[in-house]
Design a protein around this ligand. Structure first.
Ligand code: SF4
Ligand code: SF4
Length: 505
């Protein structure tokens, strides 16, 4: 699959460009775009980090409408030939390959701009492609707040004509009263979309009254009949998707007073670019910031080991951020269930990779563990306590004797790589390979020997690396382990200081 990014100076040019491309029937597989404000905020958004260090490169985007399209590699010539004239006609230009790859790779990470809010007011609409330029221009004209937008093109909608699904967000701050005014601007965007032949993107609690426009008359009638049959008492999701819920009614009424509220909303000055400054209650500043930055998109849920094992949303990153927000508002307090919820995370870090806002999720739970267990002396799990006791006494987490730590080491390699041998590199086996999965350690040393690596082995003084007590929040124990490991030595040691590092030399 090939990817290409194209920059257009304004929304009418963008519309023109996409229309021409659609008419020419170029073999494009997908087409999405962002507006200049989104490009600007993406340039300012924090990069994904690991342990406080950026783990991705900054790719600066031009302040233009950036369209990213994909096509099969074998169609490259057809696409490039087709685009040649269109680009000139629409004052568009092809952007660097670096930008194209970056935009495609991060296509699900739009919510990273929420880190600048730290909240977003959403507005999701569908409009005809033929109205794109006018729709965008009218929004710029009527709304003073910065609006970031992303659009996806539907080449052939139900009506047979091309449509654009637009997700718009206004950075704001839900902790302030003025947020309510800014929120009303989502109605302004909806009104503009409807004026240009568009509609709400979906129903839900807020737009249940617009179900007919969104779903169509015939489908809505079928849904209502079905709902009546299987849920006559309207127990399941009342007022959501279809029906007359209070929120839907309030939103409908809000549409009428929108022109009155809009001047106030436009008057509010939005500070973009918040950074952690001070903690909230006893939540550290950075974690408080992340909790508000979580968009609740849910991308992390299915990936989460903890959620997979327990099945409740409270056990997912989204659930935990939500709970922390409630806690910071004073509506929740710590209990052992919530302490366990933070402790039970497996530290797999899949959530960090998946998060649409690039939040350092696992590291945040790690920080809270230390705070809860080490500082506040909350209880941890019995197995963690047993591991820590064994570590303190015998230097391992498997409740085994130190004198048996070297039992696994192959006798025939003792002279060449045993503790008496001096070498610049050390093979560190760790507790699990030393006491439980001996085959890992034995295979590793045999492989190293086979390929001619000169290494030694610490033998009985080898100690647990400390990871289990680190993730259990028992940080005093972890500090003790670190002091043991880093005491002056006559050899240089390479050991797995952090989790998920297999035994290495
Ligand atoms: S690191 Fe923890 S919270 Fe994140 S996906 Fe893994 S188990 Fe879930
Ligand atoms: S933590 Fe989960 S719900 Fe929150 S922004 Fe990241 S992926 Fe979305």
């Amino acid at each position: 699959m090939d990817v290409l990014s194209i920059g257009c100076p304004d929304a009418h040019d963008l519309q023109h460009f996409i229309e021409k491309m659609t008419e020419a029937n170029l073999p494009i597989r997908s087409l999405l775009f962002i507006n200049p404000r989104m490009a600007e905020l993406k340039n300012r958004a924090p990069l994904m980090e690991h342990l406080g260090h950026p783990v991705e490169e900054r790719v600066l985007l031009p302040a233009s409408y950036i369209t990213t399209l994909t096509f099969r590699s074998k169609d490259r010539k057809a696409v490039m030939d087709g685009l040649e004239n269109l680009l000139k006609l629409c004052q568009a230009e092809i952007l660097s390959d670096r930008i194209a790859r970056h935009e495609w790779k991060n296509r699900f990470k739009l919510m990273v701009v929420k880190r600048l809010g730290p909240s977003l007011v959403p507005a999701e609409v569908v409009i005809p492609l033929s109205a794109l330029g006018d729709f965008m221009s009218e929004i710029e004209h009527r709304i003073n707040q910065p609006i970031v937008k992303e659009g996806v093109i539907i080449r052939k909608s139900a009506s047979g004509k091309p449509e654009v699904v637009i997700l718009g967000y206004i950075p704001s701050d839900e902790r302030t009263f003025s947020y309510n005014f800014v929120f009303s601007l989502s109605l302004t965007i909806m009104n503009i979309a409807e004026k240009h032949g568009g509609r709400a993107y979906s129903t839900g609690l807020y737009c249940a009254k617009k179900a007919e426009e969104v779903l169509g008359k015939e489908r809505l009638a079928r849904l209502k009949t079905f709902k009546k049959e299987i849920d006559p008492k309207n127990i399941l999701n009342p007022g959501k998707v279809i029906g007359d819920g209070l929120l839907g009614t309030a939103v409908s009424l809000g549409g009428f007073i929108e022109p009155l509220v809009r001047p106030f909303a436009n008057y509010i000055i939005t500070q973009i670019g918040e950074r952690p400054s001070e903690g909230v209650r006893d939540i550290p500043a950075d974690i408080a910031w992340y909790a508000y930055s979580c968009s609740q998109c849910g991308y992390c849920i299915e990936e989460c080991d903890q959620f997979y094992g327990r099945g409740w949303e409270s056990q997912s990153p989204r659930g935990k951020w939500y709970w922390l927000r409630e806690y910071m508002k004073g509506r929740e307090k710590w209990n052992q269930f919530m302490v366990d919820t933070i402790l039970v995370c497996t530290t797999c870090e899949l959530c960090n990779l998946r998060c649409s806002a690039s939040l350092p999720i696992e590291q945040s739970w790690m920080k809270l563990r230390g705070q809860l267990v080490n500082e506040k002396k909350k209880m941890t799990f019995p197995p963690f306590e047993m591991m820590a006791a064994a570590l303190r006494k015998e230097g391992d987490i498997r409740a085994a004797y130190r004198r048996n730590r070297t039992d696994w080491f192959p006798q025939d390699l003792k002279e060449k790589h045993g503790p008496a041998h001096l070498a610049k590199s050390v093979y560190f086996a760790g507790c699990t390979a030393s006491y439980v999965e001996n085959d890992i350690a034995m295979t590793a040393v045999r492989l190293l020997d086979e390929v001619g690596v000169d290494f030694t082995y610490l033998g009985e003084p080898e100690n647990c690396c400390g990871t289990p007590v680190l993730v259990a929040g028992l940080w005093d124990d972890f500090a003790d382990v670190m002091k043991k490991i880093f005491r002056p030595s006559r050899i240089s040691v390479q050991i797995p200081l952090y989790r998920r590092v297999p035994p290495v030399i």
